[in-house]
Design a protein around this ligand. Structure first.
Ligand code: GLN
Length: 519
């Protein structure tokens, strides 16, 4: 029974908790047990908060027993990407430079999780400072894809995607600056949403590129993802870019799954050449399934998307080089004293610390960004990139006149092998070709599984994009497609993941039998 709870959707857990059929402690313990059994192989977590999570769960159970009115999600546990500040819990952002840092405050989204009574299981692994598409740039070693442990779980939020696909948590929080929620969802067969820029507070996130960063929900179903979106979304006076409006009706949209008469625009520039055949095939099928569900399909052109990657890789390093200047060894985090210098200056300590504390990808981007912002080059690089950004936003504006949502494959390929692209930054960057335009324009996007590629049997992602503040449309379309796909594939895809725990291994006696079938 308790083993089974890790297979339940968040919606089902919430319902059973509300009826007092199960307790929050039982649910939380089941997930912690699962982590003890499988995370040695998957490495989704940088930090597991066993005691804290059980304390929060107990508090929920006590409150429920005393008859208190609780949030619908009370007692449903959640994992949080390590870029998000959690009071009293280590927050490293995947970097050695923050190793050992324990924030004295909670990010707003964490306060919201706590207020809803959602126990925080732990902090998930990520590429250092969220720079990457594979988690291989984590200073603490990569996470692995539960579909095939030799492959990447996507990045930068590969901890948050693999934690879901390995049933260690029913929900997770991620952040998406150029695709770090959507691409990991795509390659693990899970769901993830990047809300409209400003839809979820950035207060308490370690900043990568402030004009692009957006926290968002990850789940195994569209409805679960919507339920988490509703918890973490909303206006925050502490974030000056926060949207001053109620969270779009995402849960209602997910429940309705109504796409009748909806115009779905296939982005010509984000399909065809460069996309793995199995990814393209599952995408084409998914579009046809949306037509079966009542949608209309149109083709749209976004010619300036050709320059999106180039613009992003100037804007992101520029903002990152400025944001990462705060890691100066003076106020918090790592401090390394230079060798062979008796009385080092502050600058010498900073240099020694940043040399030792940052990984290669972070240094690469700091150098690139510093260069792009330097006088004499500012207009040629950063200024030009900002102009391209405007052209991309204009492409979206035009496309959304012809279509209510836009769709594409989320990533050009299924999960690649660990090590495959590590020495080739350009190849790694190309994985974000379909996700980056949404960040540049600030619009919301979702990835949900569209099936398995014929050539490798690995999950493929379907991306949905909507105009700013219309996040609810993602959930209506996502749910409609999910329903079609469940019947097309005869059940949920994740049920096909091979068992991670060898029979007779450290998990209880159910191991081996339940992965795959139980729900
Ligand atoms: N993979 C992209 C990058 O390396 C996106 C990162 C992100 O969204 N945090 O920048």
């Amino acid at each position: 029974m308790t083993h089974d709870l890790t297979r339940w959707s968040a919606a089902r857990l919430a319902d059973a908790l509300g009826r007092r059929e199960i307790s929050a402690v039982e649910v939380t313990q089941a997930h912690l047990d699962r982590t003890a059994a499988v995370d040695g192989a998957v490495h989704s977590y940088l930090h597991v908060d066993t005691r804290g999570a059980l304390e929060q769960a107990k508090a929920v159970d006590d409150a429920r027993t005393s008859g208190a009115e609780l949030h619908v999600m009370a007692g449903v546990p959640v994992a949080v990407k390590d870029v998000v500040a959690t009071q009293g819990l280590p927050t490293t952002c995947g970097s050695r430079i923050l190793a050992g840092w324990v924030p004295p405050y909670d990010a707003t989204l964490v306060s919201k999780l706590r207020a809803a009574g959602m126990p925080i299981l732990g902090k998930t692994n990520m590429d250092e400072f969220a720079m990457g598409s594979s988690t291989e740039h984590s200073a603490f070693g990569p996470s692995r894809n539960p579909w095939d442990l030799d492959r990447i779980p996507g990045g930068s939020g590969g901890g948050s995607s693999s934690v879901l696909a390995s049933f260690q948590a029913p929900l997770a929080v991620g952040t998406d600056t150029g695709g770090s929620i959507r691409q990991p969802a795509a390659v693990t067969g899970t769901v993830g949403t990047k809300p409209t820029y400003g839809g979820v507070s950035r207060y308490g996130l370690v900043a990568l590129a402030s004009s692009l960063d957006q926290a968002g929900p990850c789940g195994r179903t569209v409805l679960d993802t919507a339920m988490l979106h509703a918890v973490i979304g909303g206006y925050d006076p502490r974030d000056s870019t926060s949207i001053h409006a109620p969270v779009p009706a995402v849960v209602r949209a997910a429940q309705s799954a109504d796409v009748t008469g909806l115009r779905v625009g296939v982005v010509r520039q984000l399909t065809g050449e460069g996309y793995q055949p199995g990814v393209q095939a599952r995408f084409d099928e998914a579009v046809a399934l949306l037509v079966d569900a009542g949608a209309e399909v149109v083709e749209v052109d976004c010619p300036n998307f050709a320059y999106a990657l180039a613009a992003y890789y100037l804007i992101l390093p520029s903002e990152a080089s400025s944001n990462l200047a705060r890691f100066d060894a003076m106020r918090y985090g790592l401090r390394v004293l230079p060798e062979g210098i008796d009385d080092p200056s502050a600058e010498q300590v900073m240099a020694a610390t940043r040399e030792a504390g940052f990984g290669a990808e972070v240094k690469r981007r700091i150098i690139l960004g510093t260069y792009a912002l330097s006088s004499g080059y500012y207009d040629a690089y950063y200024g030009q990139a900002q102009k391209v950004r405007r052209l991309i936003a204009d492409d979206f504006t035009r496309a959304f006149e012809a279509a209510d949502v836009l769709v594409s494959p989320t990533a050009p390929t299924t999960a690649f092998r660990i090590g495959e692209k590590l020495d080739d930054p350009m190849a790694m960057y190309l994985n974000d070709v379909a996700t980056i335009p949404a960040n540049l324009a600030g619009i919301p996007g979702m990835s949900l599984p569209s099936g398995l590629a014929d050539e490798d049997g690995l999950p493929t992602g379907f991306q949905i994009l909507a105009p700013a503040t219309h996040d609810d449309r993602l959930y209506a379309v996502g749910s409609a497609l999910e329903r079609q796909l469940v019947s097309r594939w005869g059940g949920r895809l994740l049920e096909r993941i091979p068992e991670l725990v060898p029979a007779g291994g450290s998990d209880d006696q159910h191991a081996g039998a339940t992965m795959g079938m139980a729900r």
